[in-house]
Every structure is written in structure tokens, then in C-alpha cells.
Design a protein around this ligand. Sequence first.
Ligand code: AMP
Length: 210
Amino acid sequence: MSEPLKILLLGPQGSGKGTQAKILERELRIPAFSMGQLLRDEAASGSELGREIDRIISGGNLVSDKVAAQVLRARLSRPDVANGYILDGYPRSLEQANEFTFDKPTHVMVIEVPKDESMKRLGGRLTCFTCGRVYAMRDGHAAGDACECGGKMEVRTDDTPEAIEKRLKIYDEETEPLIAVYGGQGLVRRIDGVGSVEEIHNRIVKALER
Ligand code: AMP
């Protein structure tokens, strides 16, 4: 059997990572999960760690590298990742890449979109708190509508203009340097993230073949 695909999906908030991860999950038949969702799940569990995470996320800040690594390591110890996985939103900084010693990605896909496009998309975004699927208000959805999984669509507490600004700035400052490191290892594929969901998916599939 071929080597498991361990795909990291990077890109600024609103670049469509979550949407593309769900499509790849179905197509490649390997699980997709986002660091943000893993952290929100922990927050929803009501554990002491979860309450701390909730406070940090709501302010638009990043959780500590130690906490992120701890939550991810627990996820990667589950048997469903034996044939690979798609991980969205980790690592976000050089420090996190250095903490990420417990596994090694095979591909680092960077989805690129201009800032004004990110702001526009996030401003009208709804997220299902049960499965993590995202919806757009411009497609006629509203907070409280039912997701196809049976959960409910909500506006995330960190999808306010102030928190979005802050998250985009953190991305520029912290994530670009780590992309350079993975680039040096020949793992990076840059994807133009402007276009239809299907167009972007096709670009990703093509880039995975390179
Ligand atoms: P996201 O769903 O990717 O927008 O992430 C939502 C929030 O989760 C972020 O604003 C951070 O507070 C936190 N988060 C997600 N990924 C990470 C990470 N790799 N390191 C630290 N915090 C993270």
C-alpha cells in the first residue's frame, strides 16, 4: 500500500480550508479535522482545560503551543488516522512546527486569498458547532438553521471584525515563517484560493499529484 497522506492545510482565516478539508475527506477517505474544532470540542467538554481554551479563543488569541500540541497528540493517537489525515490550522508558528515532533506531514498545502476576500467571507460565516461545517449567510442561511448533520449553525464568537483583524495579523506574522521552513523541505504547494469551491478543490488535487 502507498504511504499514508498526511496533509496540512494552511492559509489565512476564511481561505476555505475547512470547506476543502471536508471534500478531501470524502474523496480520499481519510479523516479531516481542524485544530480550531479540536479546541472548540475541548472547550465544549467543560473540562478545566476547556474553560481556559474557551476564554482564549473568544478573545481572538491563539492557545499556547503546549496546549495545542497536547490536544493534537491525543487526536493523532486514535486508530482512524492509520491511513493518513487532513489537518487544518496547525502548526501556526515556527514554535508549533518545532513542537510537532510526534508526526511528519507528507504535504503542506497553502491556500492563498487576499485579505479583503477573507474579511468578506468571515463576516457572513456560520459554523455548525456539532460537525464544524461552514455555511455563508449570502447563500440564505441564518443563525439557528439546521446543519445537514442535525446540529445548529451559529456565528462563532471570534468571527467579529476585531477578532478577525487580529487573527489575520497573527497569520501574517507567525505562519508565513513556518511555511518557509516546510518549503525548504520540499513539502509546500501554494494554491490560489480565489474561485469556486470546485475549482479550488481541483487545484488541490492536481497539486497533490506533483
Ligand atoms: P480556526 O477555527 O482555525 O479559525 O481557529 C479558531 C481559534 O482556535 C483560533 O482563533 C485560536 O484561538 C485557536 N486555534 C486554532 N488553531 C490553533 C493553533 N494551531 N494554535 C493555537 N491556537 C489555535
